[in-house]
Structure formats: structure tokens, C-alpha cells
Design a protein around this ligand. Structure first.
Ligand code: ATP
Ligand code: MG
Ligand code: MG
Ligand code: MG
Length: 562
């Protein structure tokens, strides 16, 4: 069966008016071109043309997953709260989590992401190192109760995501898959026709620390990027990035290289100060349960948190809680703490003369904080932020600014979820160990919007052929004409026979309406059939992107457009 899109019967109501709440080009044009409709705040229906594009974006993403050996599955959208309690994220995820209570008063959420579910899926059945590594993925709607759903598909409350998860016995194996996934993500961005950059980023809610965002460059993007011609790029808003923390000076604090120093006593000796006057930064909860970092003096192992248990009103975080707050093991200093954490130098320690703060980095400490001093985390985040204008850490050139749309992100999660949910395997020595995990997400609907953001003009969308709803639209200028219409039908059938995706505008509309709609919808190629041309045996071929038009013999249209 030849599948030709007939505009006469197609449900693609185009709009002349720009919807008033649509600020971005992608939002406006997807509505105007009859590709989607808004059903509520951050909720969209896809109409047939939009659906075709979405299917193509999804197919590209899935082909690249299949190509690196990831296996497709599907998991429930509705997720039992118990699993989120096990990971500690039922509380920590906050109001973005869409929560539901069933008739038996059991709690559920609509999945914003699937770390808990996938870990529970494999935890009793993926048992041996011999079965590793394993990568699984799905493409599915996700739910996030975004504080401000906006910009159409860019930030919606229901959106399609491809999410992949990998399981490993060793860090080397995790790194290999992470690299494979990053490679696949680059190919996905290329195939979508996007101008993009891979950007180092912070790991937000998900936990872990090795992560990279795939950003489509666009003025409309919500993310600020600092990048350099040498290839370096960083998320300028990230609180934890892998750059040198000396880029921004924090007054009164000195970053000191402390090679090999492991204990407070060693640190004191290294700095030539009495051991009792040194402090360490520790993460815990204060009396109100807020995440707080406290500086205390003493002669302890730098990573031995027990010494703090004696501090009144202060509870140490266990590993689960640390991950809940987005901290990773061995995280000592305020650098890398999530926004909103409080950093408090305990006032009971006023007598201490000199303060030393762990730098959240091997072999470095900050010196010179004063007793009783409070630091807001944002101040600490400045320590390692890079902004346009700063010197690039890799080559020293000034960084340039750009804006980007986060289309995808890859993470090394480590054992954050496998430990919390007790998902272990038997390693080569017969020991039970938690899986090392990675997770990898692409926003399929957001990617579609990003393509429009980069590929449009005054008249409408300019789809790259990889995701266009069809490659060619055949436009007979006079429907019902006994020369034009049959010729258009024959041409469409002939192109379809050659495997080319074809639409035919067989509506009895004026030529101007057809041209406007064709430009708005964004078919890469338009083939226009008029009476006069046909009498001379020619049709007009127009390339949407360049606007170039050419008269072509009716008999050689296929060649002309391939
Ligand atoms: P953002 O920083 O924009 O809020 P995120 O970092 O919270 O995104 P991830 O958890 O990394 O998102 O999810 C993977 C991908 O899902 C993102 O890279 C993005 O493409 C997509 N995505 C996330 N939130 C939304 C949303 N509200 N609407 C559409 N797509 C989204
Ligand atoms: Mg988000
Ligand atoms: Mg993000
Ligand atoms: Mg992200």
C-alpha cells in the first residue's frame, strides 16, 4: 500500500493567529502548523503531522540506543511510593513529583524518571558479574510538576523521554558504556540536524557526579553555557563543575594544595598550626532537619564523621541521606552542595583561631574562614563556576557565552541507587557487591522543539529531512483540473513508489493558501504543478531551506529532488 498524506482529509488545522501565550518560535509554530494542541498547563496532544515528527525523533534515538547494544523495555509509569522511600527520594524530590493515592490509600507517583523502578526490576534477577554490563532503555511519557511549565514542549508537565540505565561490575565498564552513550548522544544530535555542544554539568537531583549535558545552541535556551573554541564547555549555572575552583576568588579564603594529607593532625602539621585549632567541614542535619555543614575542630580522620555526633542539635547524614541531598561519598566541603544548604560555623567554637575547610577535592583545603562565619551555598558555588569572560581552564583563552537547550544528559550514578535499594551481584571472588550504575536521558519532545527553534524562518518551520513529516509535498494549483490534478496524483504515486515520503495538497484551496501552509508546515521540498507549466511538460521544485526554485521536467522530478 502506497502511503500518501492527503491534505484534504488530514487533521492538521493551521492557524494564522499567533497564540498569545506562546513566546518561543517552536511553541508558536508547532501550534500554528497544526502539529499539536495545548490541553492544559504543560499538557499537549500531538496531531498527525506532529506525531510523524515525534515518531521520527524517537526512531533516531532508539536506533542509536540499539546500535550500542542497549535493550528496549518498558516500565510502568505509575510507580509505588515504597521504592521511592527506599531510595530516600519520596521526600527529597519535592513538589515536582506528581503524587497519587489509590482507592486503598496506597501512595504512588507518576514517574519523572525511573532509577528506582529499574533498580528494583533487576535486583533479584541480575545476579552475576557474568551478566554484566547490561544496558536497558525505554521511551515513555514522564511527569514532572514543573513550577513553571512553559515554552510548549520545552518545559511541559507530561513529556516523552528516552531513558536508559546501565549496570556494571567495575568503574572501567561503567566508563566504557558512559563513553558509548555519549557517542550515541552526539550522533543523535547530529542526525536531528542540531548545532550542539556537550557541556559539563552538575548532577542536580539524580546524584552521582560524572555527568554531561547535550545542549542544542539556541538563544531561546534556558541554560547559560560558557564555551571555548578549544572544545571546553561548561554549564555556567552549574554549582558543581569539573573546572578549577580558583577561577573566582572568595575573599578571605585561601585554597591550599595539601598533597597526601589525610588527617587533621597531618593537616595542622602541614600548615604549621596547632592541631586543635584546625577544623573540618561535615555534612549533617541541624535541629530543624535542614542540610547543614558544620566546621569543627579536632584531631580526627578527615572522613571520620563520628566526632560530630556529640554536637548538640546536629545529626550526621548517613550515606542514603547524603545521596538524598545530592552529596556523594567523601564529599567534605560545601563545594558541590545543593542550592539551599546552609553552611554554618558552629558558634560554640568561637575560640578557634584558624579555620580549615575541606575542598571536596583530594589534596586541597581552604584556609582562613573565621569562627561564627556563615556561608550561603551560592557563595561557595561561585568557587567553581565558570562564566563567559573567565579564562578557559583547559587553554586559558577567554570563555564565550551562549545559550542552550538541554536535550539530553548522561550520568555516572555509581552505587547511589543499588546501595539504597540493595541491588547486588556476585563478583568474581564470590563477594556480593552493589552494581555500579549509569543513567542516560534524552527529551524526545523537547528535542523536537529544539529542532524547530534552530530550524525556522518568518514563514514557518524548516524541517531537516531526517525528521520532516514527509520529504515532499506535491501541490496541484488547480484541483479538479483535468490536466493538473491527474498529473499531481500520478507524480505523488510515482514518488511514493520510489520510497519517498509524499504529501499531496489535494484541497480545493487558493494557491496562496497552499503555499503559505506548505511553508508553515515545513516540508523540505515542494513540487508545484500549474497548468501552464504542465502544458510545457514542467513543474516547479522549491527547496524550503534555501527558497531556491527550479523548473524541472515532469518526468525527472525524482532525480531532481534526490
Ligand atoms: P531541566 O534542567 O531542563 O529541568 P532536567 O535536567 O531536570 O532538565 P533530566 O532529569 O536530565 O532533566 O531529564 C532528561 C531529559 O528530559 C532532559 O535533558 C530534557 O531533554 C528532558 N526534560 C526534562 N524535563 C523536561 C520537561 N519539563 N519538559 C520536557 N522535557 C524535559
Ligand atoms: Mg528539571
Ligand atoms: Mg538540567
Ligand atoms: Mg538534566
Amino acid at each position: 500500500m502506497i502511503n500518501i498524506i492527503r491534505l484534504s482529509g488530514l487533521y492538521a488545522p493551521t492557524l494564522k493567529e499567533v497564540p498569545s501565550d506562546a513566546e518561543l518560535a517552536s511553541h508558536r509554530l508547532l501550534l500554528r502548523a497544526g502539529m499539536m494542541r495545548k490541553m492544559g498547563s504543560g499538557l499537549y496532544s500531538f496531531l498527525p503531522l506532529g506525531m510523524r515528527v515525534l515518531d521520527k525523533v524517537r526512531a533516531i534515538v532508539e536506533e542509536e540506543m540499539d546500535a550500542i547494544g542497549a535493550q528496549k523495555i518498558v516500565m510502568p509509569i505509575l510507580q509505588p511510593a515504597e521504592l521511592w522511600h527506599e531510595s530516600g527520594r519520596w521526600e527529597a524530590y519535592g513538589p515536582e513529583l506528581m503524587r497519587i493515592v489509590d482507592r486503598h490509600d496506597a501512595n504512588f507517583c507518576l514517574g519523572p524518571t525511573h532509577e528506582e523502578i529499574i533498580t528494583a526490576l533487576v535486583r533479584n534477577e541480575l545476579r552475576s558479574y557474568k551478566q554484566l554490563p547490561l544496558s536497558l532503555y525505554q521511551t515513555q511519557v514522564k511527569y514532572r510538576d514543573e513550577i513553571r511549565p512553559r515554552f510548549g514542549l520545552m518545559r511541559s508537565r507530561e513529556f516523552v523521554m528516552k531513558d536508559a540505565y546501565s549496570f556494571h561490575a567495575t568503574q572501567e565498564s561503567l566508563q566504557r558504556t558512559y563513553d558509548d552513550m555519549s557517542g550515541a548522544y552526539g550522533r543523535i544530535m547530529d542526525r536531528l540536524g542540531l548545532q550542539w555542544r556537550a557541556v559539563e554539568a552538575d548532577s542536580g537531583q539524580i546524584g552521582g557526579k560524572v555527568t554531561c549535558e547535550f545542549m542544542a545552541l539556541a538563544e531561546a535556551g534556558e541554560a547559560e553555557i560558557a564555551h571555548c573554541p578549544c572544545g571546553f564547555a561548561a554549564d555556567a549555572e552549574a554549582a558543581e563543575c569539573l573546572c578549577e575552583p580558583t577561577l573566582h576568588d572568595v575573599p578571605a579564603l585561601e585554597r591550599v594544595h595539601t598533597p597526601g594529607v589525610r588527617t587533621i593532625a597531618e593537616l595542622a602539621a602541614f600548615l604549621g598550626i596547632p592541631a586543635t585549632s584546625t577544623v573540618k567541614a561535615l555534612s549533617g542535619k541541624d535541629a530543624e532537619g535542614a542540610l547543614t555543614v558544620l566546621f569543627v575542630p579536632g584531631d580526627h580522620e578527615l572522613n571520620d564523621l563520628k566526632a560530630l555526633q556529640a554536637v548538640p542539635g546536629f545529626t550526621l547524614l548517613n550515606d542514603d541521606e547524603m545521596s538524598t541531598f545530592g552529596l556523594h561519598k567523601g564529599s567534605m566541603g560545601p563545594v558541590g552542595l545543593p542550592e539551599g544548604a546552609r553552611v554554618v560555623a558552629d558558634r560554640s567554637l568561637q575560640a578557634v583561631a584558624s579555620w580549615v575547610v575541606g575542598a571536596n577535592e583530594d589534596d586541597y583545603h581552604y584556609v582562613g574562614a573565621r569562627p561564627g562565619e556563615h556561608f550561603e551555598v551560592s557563595q561557595w558555588a561561585d568557587l567553581c563556576q565558570v562564566r563567559p569572560g573567565d579564562r578557559c581552564p583547559s587553554c586559558g583563552l577567554p570563555l564565550q557565552g551562549a545559550r542552550g537547550i538541554e536535550v539530553g544528559q548522561v550520568f555516572q550514578l555509581g552505587t547511589r541507587y543499588s546501595e539504597a535499594l540493595n541491588a547486588t551481584f556476585m563478583d568474581e571472588d564470590g563477594a556480593e557487591r552493589p552494581f555500579l550504575m549509569g543513567c542516560y536521558g534524552v527529551g524526545v519532545t523537547r528535542a523536537m522543539a529544539a529542532v524547530v527553534e534552530q530550524c525556522h524562518d518568518e514563514q514557518g518551520i524548516v524541517w531537516p529531512s531526517s525528521v520532516a513529516p514527509a520529504q515532499v509535498c506535491v501541490i496541484p494549483l488547480t484541483v479538479g483540473d483535468d490536466l493538473v490534478q491527474p498529473a499531481a496524483e500520478r507524480l505523488a504515486a510515482e514518488l511514493a513508489d520510489l520510497g519517498i515520503e509524499v504529501a499531496i495538497d489535494d484541497r480545493s484551496e487558493r494557491a496562496g493558501v497552499k503555499f503559505n501552509d506548505a511553508d508553515l508546515i515545513g516540508w523540505p521540498i515542494q513540487v508545484v504543478l500549474g497548468k501552464r507549466g504542465l502544458q510545457a511538460g514542467t513543474v516547479e521544485v522549491k527547496h524550503r531551506r534555501t527558497g531556491a526554485r527550479k523548473d524541472v521536467a515532469l518526468t525527472s522530478v525524482a532525480e531532481a529532488i534526490s
